[in-house]
Design a protein around this ligand. Structure first.
Ligand code: FES
Length: 109
């Protein structure tokens, strides 16, 4: 089980969710009201599932593929710990904290 913390672009906690092993981060985010479009549903044809991973958690994730890195170049508000949520499978990490990039934030939430 992984405890996933979703943060708003300003760093405030939006919600914490427990993810069973084998959960895809994009699916978990969408099921929990996070503003990630994920328009290609993991087919690596968009970058609308961009999230910013907490620095302390980033190094523990498997490295991004070259294809993912290339696609991230198209995303807005990219940082050195940016990832595509559709490419992250959660197995048995203790925790994972991800922040929504600014472009995904809706003021009406
Ligand atoms: S949903 Fe399109 S690249 Fe992740």
């Amino acid at each position: 089980m992984t405890l996933v913390r979703f943060l708003r672009p300003d760093g405030q906690l939006d919600r914490e969710v427990e993810a069973p092993p084998g959960t895809n981060l994009l699916d978990l985010a969408q099921a929990n009201g996070q503003p990630l479009e994920g328009s290609c549903e993991g087919a690596m044809a968009c970058s609308t599932c961009h999230v910013i991973v907490a620095a302390e958690d980033f190094a523990r994730l498997p490295r991004a593929s070259e294809e993912e890195d290339d696609l991230l170049d198209l995303a807005a508000f990219v940082t050195r710990t940016s990832r595509l949520a559709c490419q992250i499978m959660l197995w048995d990490e203790d925790r994972l904290t991800v922040r929504m990039p600014g472009a995904a934030y809706h003021l009406d939430r």
